[in-house]
Design a protein around this ligand. Sequence first.
Ligand code: AMP
Ligand code: MG
Length: 404
Amino acid sequence: MISVAEAIQIVKEQTPTLQTERVALAQTLGRYLAEDIVADSDLPPFDRSQMDGYAIRAQNVANAPVSLPIVGESAAGKGWHHEMEDGQAVRIMTGAPVPAGADSVQQVELTHELQDGRLVEILESVAPGRSIVKRGSEIKAGEIVLRPGERINAAMLAALASFGYVEVQVGRRPRVAVMATGSELVSINTQPAQDQIRDSNNYSISAYAELASAVVERLPLTGDETPLLKRQIAKAAERCDVVVTSGGVSMGVYDFTKTALQELGAELFFERVALRPGKPTVFARLPNGALVFALPGNPVSVSVTFNLFARTALLTMQGAVESTLKEETAVLAVGVKGTSQRESYLPTQLTTNDDGQLIAFPLKWGGSSDFVAFTRATALIKVPKRVGLIAEGTTVRVVRLPHS
Ligand code: AMP
Ligand code: MG
């Protein structure tokens, strides 16, 4: 059985990067950059006032209070483009260009106007440069501000907008077909009869795939019948980059997903991983190039294996620099137990204590089917194989689950 790290490596190696496309800026949230983002101007583009107040020369107000004549007004979008002379003041607003000849701004709270606005009394002295953001001090024209492979977040949209990126080159979103197997499954609008349960995996998998910026197509439920499974997988693969199935990969008499894949001529890269939960995870490629993740049926196994493996593929396809879950260290609030043959990924909540340390509260859970307990999980504790009990207070590795 291969390790989780080996399995992730195989996923990275076998997953192609998709072509890139130009997308309107407003549609790029969560997409992966496929070009350098270059500043097209200095920021700020001019010496900019940080305050409402008066542009002055610091040396003129060294012996404040002093009164200075107001010779003009500079507002945001309508600057005062003359030379301010020694001993003068210009009324200025936040965001407005500082006139040539001024070296500082005194905030309005420390001033008051006299003689119907012809004079201003500056009540306190200022240091030269005060309340002025110098041209180009944030970024210089031509500098690269963002690199390919970064996930575009809300703050980045501001940078992209500022530099005039009406459209942005990003990785294409992978198309993912999601399909649940199992004769016991009924759709959510059906009252389960005896021995039946509602399908939940299709919803969690679709949601996780969307969090990975994929375009998701949910397929109808398939039972446990090889010909039907084959037809569904083959059809989905015609229009999708990735097919994610759940269920039917264990050792049961009705576990036919692998058979279906083999009969379709798929190349199986791995079919068992030394992982708890999620051992019987399958990663394969169909003859037409579509990748298949056949995940075990248990809902918690689905969440763990999707995020360890399928998510990595979806992000790799989009050119992400970071394609695996973010790993950190945390201190265990309660002891946990590992297992001899497999690495465990145990659901946990994370909080921070008063010292700023990350604390892991392992969820009390009934195993890989306990998806109600799992609704509280924000991360997974990694417990290496052959480690028995890990005591409370031990520092452990955790991986963050993606969140909405
Ligand atoms: P399997 O891997 O097919 O043996 O399924 C393992 C367990 O997960 C069984 O208890 C199934 O009923 C359950 N299961 C499989 N698929 C789903 C699904 N789509 N939604 C909820 N539970 C499922
Ligand atoms: Mg099944």
